[in-house]
Design a protein around this ligand. Structure first.
Ligand code: SF4
Ligand code: SF4
Length: 458
């Protein structure tokens, strides 16, 4: 027997059953992956959805009623057309990418530098004489308990002690950012040495490594931290190697609680160590190299990493990498060893997705992230976060918060399921909307902060 569309009834029934089974299997796989990721709300929703999504197809295949073939055909046609449309790589608009800034930042203006100013000292008096408008704002964060303070909201003895331990090791490593260059310069094949450096960095724990020409706007104008405060920065290196390392999803998901600062400092340390090793290695080959690590930067790492092709700057002002989103920490090595520069990939989908997403801005406890579209600031179309509000919150919380990183849909683990979704987001404007809708369903519009893992909360 043939139906009106000349498909055997049995084939239509088979297609209905197969479609139901496929959707069921997809949702069940999602549920299992979410469960493994300890996303229990998402796992539960995916499990319930697996039952509902399959049942209309299976039920229709089992039932007998008038015009069944017509209805079955229409349902199958709509279902597969919708799937096809979602995955067709069409982008409505490609947003203009982050362009090159015209001016340099002064490291003395960043919050960490301002936090180090001690009242009644020359530096303090000078800074606020030049920047009187910042005095009230800074007095506000100085009134709070401060980062890693026992009086802070999220004080956690073990997590804070671990973070302090990490920071002490980073501090001890700072003298090694520079070093003596070997007298004999080795002739190097730039392609081979770049390949070697990237493979070695990966072996040492880097998630991604990219190379760019060092530009003037990457550099701060003046040092703003510790003993070199106020020193003009001159760095004549030609190249910059940007390194990202992953921050652990389980710990970042507890943001803004104690483990977040334990993990961020750990990855500052890990990225910093890799940068120190690479810089030292390059000096061994007879070329100048300087590592830029936490608390001892001459440059703005996200800008370098972006130009080295490792991602794009998103709404929260951080580098959004293709596989881990903002859930990375960065370090940079500048050098004069000849290196091939990486070509930049097209990450305009990050800007497109950030334009519709706004999850980081919605959850930010200090309202530091803009809900508006990008604005032109120093020749650069970008989102600017209110670093003063953000840092003031850190000084109450005691941690570096990280709620924005934790809830970002790009931050989900680097696995097949999320990478298929990332592929869809990269290629299709419709899929971007669908992915955001599903992210809100599975994780919630304002995903909750996870519990501190039991091995930390003993
Ligand atoms: S949470 Fe959304 S808006 Fe914020 S950086 Fe991530 S993708 Fe962009
Ligand atoms: S770290 Fe916290 S306070 Fe700062 S921008 Fe992100 S969510 Fe807001």
């Amino acid at each position: 027997m043939y139906s009106f569309i000349f498909l055997p009834h049995n084939l239509l029934n088979l297609l209905l059953i197969a479609t139901g089974v496929i959707f069921f299997l997809i949702m069940i796989s999602f549920s299992i992956v979410f469960f493994q990721e300890k996303e229990y709300r998402a796992a539960k929703i995916a499990f319930i959805t697996s039952l509902f999504v399959a049942s209309p197809f299976i039920l229709i295949s089992l039932m007998q009623f008038a015009y069944k073939d017509v209805i079955a055909f229409i349902i199958l046609f709509i279902t597969y057309s919708a799937v096809l449309v979602l995955f067709i790589p069409i982008r409505f608009s490609k947003k203009e990418l982050f362009s090159e800034p015209t001016d340099k930042h002064d490291e003395r203006d960043i919050m960490f530098s301002r936090n180090e100013l001690v009242p009644n000292t020359e530096k303090y008096t000078q800074y606020y004489a030049l920047n009187p408008e910042k005095k009230v704002i800074d007095d506000n964060f100085r009134d709070k308990p401060g980062l890693l303070s026992p009086e802070s909201v999220f004080y956690h003895t073990l997590a804070y002690a671990s973070a302090n331990a990490n920071l002490q090791v980073i501090e001890a490593l700072k003298p090694f950012v520079n070093g003596t260059v070997a007298a004999k310069k080795l002739e190097v094949d730039n392609e081979k040495i770049s390949k070697y450096l990237k493979a070695w960095a990966s072996k040492l724990g880097a998630h991604s490594t990219g190379i760019t020409i060092l530009k003037e706007y990457h550099l701060y104008s003046h040092k703003g931290r510790k003993e070199l405060y106020g020193k003009e920065i001159t760095n004549h290196h030609k190249f910059a190697i940007a390194i990202t390392v992953e921050m652990d999803n389980d710990l970042i998901s507890t943001a803004p609680k104690g483990p977040v600062i334990m993990e961020s400092t750990q990855q500052y340390l890990n990225s910093g160590t890799i940068a120190l090793q690479i810089a030292s290695f390059i000096r061994e080959l007879g070329y100048s190299a300087r590592a830029h690590i936490d608390g001892n930067y001459e440059l703005i790492c996200p800008l370098v990493a972006r130009d080295a092709g490792l991602g794009e700057i998103g709404r929260m002002g951080l580098l959004i990498t293709p596989k881990l989103g903002p859930r990375v920490r960065l370090a940079v090595v500048t050098t004069d060893i000849p290196l091939p520069v990486d070509t930049k990939s097209d990450f305009s989908s990050v800007i497109d997705f950030c334009t519709i997403c706004k999850k980081c801005a919605v959850v930010c406890p200090s309202h530091a992230i803009s809900l508006e579209n990008r604005k032109k600031i120093s020749n650069t179309l970008r989102w600017k976060i209110n670093s003063e509000s953000c840092f003031t919150y850190w000084c109450s919380a005691g941690t570096d918060c990280g709620r924005c990183i934790a809830v970002c849909p790009y931050s989900h683990p680097n696995n097949l399921m999320h990478n298929i979704i990332r592929w869809g987001i990269h290629n299709s404007s419709l899929f971007q909307r669908f992915a955001l809708f599903m992210d809100n369903i599975f994780y919630g519009k304002k995903p909750k902060s996870r519990k501190i893992p039991s091995w930390i909360d003993i």
